[in-house]
Design a binder for this molecule. Structure first.
Ligand code: ZN
Length: 147
């Protein structure tokens, strides 16, 4: 168990030090800002939606290791997924970090945030990027392009 925990720490550290998809997406068609006042984390999520699919996704921002690593892993997890699949993943991830589910449930690498459920203060850090993604997706639903 503690070995597993070390491994999880390593993944989080790696993603916080060199976050993936950390840039503005110049051809994004959706964008949302998120802020976690408890910790001071700020994130902007950029989305390129095409035909109900997350064709591309990136983020920028400043925050603690957990929020940055979570945003980085989130972009990897939802890229190429349908909106429904991305929402579904968010629900499972939220269940994981709030301790409502304790199994992996096809979360892949996202399972590294399992330990966060023991630190309620950190849950907002881990879910910030996901909530921001959610609001970017909701904007999309309300404004379907007529092209
Ligand atoms: Zn934080």
């Amino acid at each position: 168990m503690s070995h597993l925990r070390d491994l999880y720490q390593e993944v989080i550290l790696d993603h916080s030090k060199s976050p993936r998809n950390f840039s503005e997406l110049c051809d994004a068609n959706r964008k949302a800002d998120g802020h976690n006042p408890l910790c001071g984390d700020k994130v902007t999520v950029y989305l390129k939606l095409n035909d109900g699919m997350v064709e591309d996704v990136s983020f920028t921002g400043v925050g603690c290791a957990i929020s940055t690593a979570s945003a980085s892993l989130m972009t990897q997890a939802v890229k190429g997924k349908s909106l429904a699949a991305a929402n579904e993943l968010f629900n499972r991830f939220h269940g994981l970090v709030t301790g409502k589910i304790d199994e992996e449930q096809n979360l892949g690498e996202l399972v590294v945030f399992q330990g966060v459920s023991e630190f309620p203060v950190r849950v907002k850090c881990a879910t910030l990027a996901w909530h921001t993604l959610q609001s970017a997706l909701e904007k999309a639903e309300g404004s379907i392009s007529k092209e």
